[in-house]
Write a protein that binds this ligand. Structure first.
Ligand code: BEZ
Length: 391
């Protein structure tokens, strides 16, 4: 009797010890379902397509697999419409059971996506939308951004504008999160550098009736006009600015979205414009040249900043999934791997901050022909302040 119970105790101890020994983590199997939630219609349609192209290029370069799992895509057109965003992302997560959501472009839409991602413990990789809160108060081990915060390029441009000696600025943008945060970032550094924003003009997204506002700018005669517009709206704004006779009279500057992916349509009206962004044409590094060649070959198009951000969304997901062998439930291990990674991007090297936003260089660019040429660095290794992030 005594002998038997000792035998039992030993057997129990042995099995408990076996349970405590960490097993080598197993490879997750089955297809990796990626939900692409992007705008495929409206003023940001071209941005959505470039992001999808860039993302798919990275996956294709890796044999169609991430973390050892074959990638399958499920697509939703979010129409850059915040009112439909919660339903759209819930469809991907709850109906289609995606493992990860990649999206989106519009800051208002991404706010809803980030909340749902956190509520449902779903992995979200943001390949453009700059809403500061995504890597601020909403930051978490579910959310990563391959692009920028709205604060970043604006802050870099404000520093450069102050250094140029501009004193009096007027800002003009769409009245929604991205525009307002972009103006906020510009104002912060421009006024720190001795300038003053004397008027903040705006119109609802995605309106393009700029005429009345351009007349106001002409009457105010500021030293410089700072702007956030992107996609189809940026094309129209640059053309209207020139048609109003302001080009060459009042310098127009902006976050680089003003002239990225838009130069074929803007033509000579964009010539000479200076902007700040984390990418430029003709960087002439081997990494960027290889990327541009591969992208042009695959899509018969020149890449832009959105294509790079899509590609790097693939890189971030790839780094995290490799560490967890495709098991998206291992959020802490995924985060640890991504946080220590150095990403070799076509834009140049970048790392992710603790809040999961890129720490990266911002180029000062000038339009020459159909290129945004780097004319120097506006800001080196600029990190978003991540205000409100508790990670
Ligand atoms: C945004 O809404 O965050 C955004 C849209 C287009 C370009 C850059 C930012």
């Amino acid at each position: 009797m005594k002998k038997t119970s000792r035998f039992f105790r030993l057997a129990l101890l042995a099995s408990a010890t076996a349970l405590m020994v960490p097993l080598a983590s197993a490879q997750a199997t089955g297809k990796l379902k990626v939900g692409l939630m992007l705008p495929y219609t409206g003023t940001y349609a071209a941005l959505g397509t470039a992001i999808e192209n860039g993302f798919k290029l990275y996956i294709d370069e890796h044999g169609g697999k991430l973390g050892g799992r074959e990638v399958e895509y499920i697509k939703v057109d979010d129409e850059s419409n915040p009112a439909k965003a919660t339903d759209n992302v819930n469809k991907l997560i709850k109906r289609d059971n995606v493992d990860v959501v990649v999206g989106t472009v519009h800051s208002g839409v991404v706010m809803a996506m980030a909340k749902v991602a956190n509520d449902t413990n779903t992995l979200l990789i943001v390949p453009n939308a700059g809403a500061n809160a995504v890597t601020g108060p909403l930051c978490s081990n579910n959310i990563y951004r391959s692009s920028f915060s709205n604060w970043q390029p604006a802050y870099a441009m404000g520093e450069a504008a102050a250094k140029k000696g501009y004193k009096k600025a007027v800002t003009i943008t769409w009245k929604y999160g991205a525009g307002e945060e972009s103006v906020g970032g510009f104002k912060e550094s421009f006024e720190k550098g001795g300038g003053k924003v004397v008027k903040e003009l705006s119109l609802p997204f995605p309106n393009v009736e700029f005429q009345a506002l351009l007349t106001e700018i002409a009457a105010m005669k500021p030293d410089v006009v700072y702007t956030f517009f992107a996609g189809g709206g940026a094309v129209k704004f640059v053309k209207d600015y020139a048609a109003a006779g302001l080009k060459g009279k009042i310098p127009l500057i902006g976050a680089g979205f003003l002239t990225d992916g838009t130069l074929d349509a803007q033509g000579a009206d964009a010539s000479g414009l200076q902007t700040a962004l984390h990418y430029a044409d003709s960087l002439n590094t081997k990494r960027d040249n290889d990327f541009r060649l591969a992208y042009a070959k695959a899509f018969k198009l020149q890449p832009d900043v959105y294509a790079v951000q899509g590609y790097d969304a693939g890189q971030i997901l790839g780094a995290g999934l490799a560490a967890v062998k495709g098991d998206v439930s291992k959020k802490a291990e995924f985060a640890a791997a991504v946080e220590r990674a150095k990403f070799d991007s076509p834009r140049g090297m970048f790392t992710l901050s603790k809040a999961h936003n890129p720490v990266q260089d911002f180029y000062l660019r000038q339009v020459s022909g159909v290129e945004n040429k780097s004319i120097g660095l506006a800001s080196k290794a600029l990190a978003d302040p991540a205000r409100g992030c508790k990670l």
